[in-house]
Design a binder for this molecule. Sequence first.
Ligand code: ADP
Ligand code: MG
Ligand code: MG
Length: 339
Amino acid sequence: MKKRILLLAGGQSGEHEVSLMSARSVLGALPRERFDVTPVVISKQGRWLPPTETTRALETGKSAPGGDLVLHRAASAEGYDAVFPLLHGPMGEDGTIQGLLTLAGIPFVGSGVLGSSVSMDKVMTKQVLAAVGIPQVAWQLALRRDWQTNPQGVKDEAVKLGFPFFVKPANLGSSVGISKVHGAEEMEKAFELAFSLDRRVIVEAMTSHKPREVEVGILGNDAPIASPVGELSFDADFYDYETKYTEGVAQMHIPARIPREAAENIRELALKAFKALDCAGLARVDFFYVAETGEVLLNEVNTMPGFTTTSMYPKLFEAAGLSYGELVARLVELALEKR
Ligand code: ADP
Ligand code: MG
Ligand code: MG
């Protein structure tokens, strides 16, 4: 019997377009003899688009604003064997959709409510990972209310980390709203931006030197495996939105150009983080490797990483001998096993 899969793409976050690209790749790759796939694109307004508009969105990379209500469509989704919520960022990767699908009793690809929501929030992630001894940069939490009532207090705390430091909305991705603060004069703008996007903001010390950006893929449920380690190189101050999404600006290196022991350490730390955060199915765990000191610091965990055929996560498993099509099929199997 063919498995009926509902593929959700688009979504309400700033990573809507990235998700549409990933979905197009997944649609093309799921083996037709085993899976019957129905895509549904969620508009930026959170409406679920009907079939013709979904097809148009996947073809053009842009979605219409119309569509049905979320709950209405979720209820009618009961005929599916599994859902692949290929959504990035808030309202997709953060446990919200996962909660809806859990209530509806439908198995889905990836982490559940707990793993998704904790991994989405950079502060919660850091707290959980600190508890299991995973090395990370020094950081602080700031709330929008603190900024509104006592901005000087927030600034005074932040400078204790030393310049430069990073100011980030706690619950976003794709480097949206992130600033690298080089001096006191840049603080106001950085905090204003981050607090315009989130109630919770994380202030992070920068690594001791410009870090090498290395990433590892994790695949599995309660007995997960780690991929080889990959690296991204680019000519920019940091890995910002433009560097991420402008074709040809960042280069991927698999395996990462780091010492073997560092790579082994990274793979072990990634598995430990995956378990500590209660992740399932897949995750891409991102690290900083500081070549000058040999330090390995965990940066973040993405529970629904970019998934086009040229994205890092599938490329890492391809390097391990698992083709894109096999990887996608495995993720659906893992969703069904999780039940
Ligand atoms: P996102 O979830 O949006 O990808 P990240 O936390 O990964 O946000 O930050 C984006 C980029 O900013 C990183 O890939 C890195 O280039 C840079 N960066 C973030 N935090 C630090 C830090 N503490 N030290 C050095 N570079 C950092
Ligand atoms: Mg992220
Ligand atoms: Mg990142």
